[in-house]
Write a protein that binds this ligand. Structure first.
Ligand SMILES: [Zn+2]
Length: 202
């Protein structure tokens, strides 16, 4: 989760352990995450209180008191679809662009999430999204070629490769933006069943 790039071999507690001990063992508070995502987020936590994002992180050595109540500021991918908040720029930067209206709570939460998880700041993530995009395009083209040539086993292997790739969000965005980006529209028109391929999480 979060960056979709690296092996997610750590258990991230969405609500930090030292603020919300009551959900330390709650399944819905767990997320698989990689070290570079989990590390900086760690025990940082912010809530929305009276329309503003308030940092409720417990300071080192601070008293063990319940945090102020409020909706978490960080987008929770177990309960919310991040693509309702963001669009991935497939044409140029491969950064996430916030689609909510500036000044709205959704905008503030999206901005906060980008900042905490450094989803636009890590250059290697942007490069990996670009590589995934190019790879998905090649795979779709080859899939179309194999189907046209009657090589259905080969076509099926290509479908498997897509379904097991990282960066499922890149794939989801290719589907979502296919009408706006002509070349993508043509690719999916040639392989309409690809729209329903079971890409994990998307
Ligand atoms: Zn990560």
């Amino acid at each position: 989760m979060y960056c979709e790039d690296a092996p997610a071999d750590e258990i991230e507690h969405i609500r930090p352990k030292d603020l919300y001990p009551e959900v330390v063992f709650a399944w819905e508070n767990y997320l698989y995450a990689c070290g570079p995502c989990n590390g900086p987020k760690n025990n940082r936590f912010s809530i929305i209180s009276r329309g503003k994002i308030v940092d409720v992180t417990r300071p080192r050595g601070g008293p063990m008191v319940p945090p102020r109540k409020g909706q978490p500021a960080l987008i929770n991918p177990r309960e919310e679809d991040p693509l309702d908040f963001f669009m991935l720029d497939l044409l140029n930067t491969f950064e996430f662009v916030i689609i909510s209206k500036p000044g709205s709570r959704e905008y503030d939460r999206a901005e906060h999430t980008l900042k905490v998880l450094r989803l636009n700041e890590r250059d290697y993530l942007k490069a990996a999204r670009r590589t995934s995009f190019e790879s998905y395009i090649s795979l779709l083209q080859r899939h179309g070629d194999e189907v046209a040539a009657g090589n259905l086993a080969a076509a099926h292997r290509i479908r498997q490769t897509v379904c097991e790739s990282n960066h499922a969000t890149v794939w989801a965005e290719m589907k979502r933006q296919r009408k706006a980006i002509g070349a993508l529209g043509a690719l999916f028109d040639r392989a309409p069943d690809a729209l329903a391929w079971p890409v994990p999480g998307k």
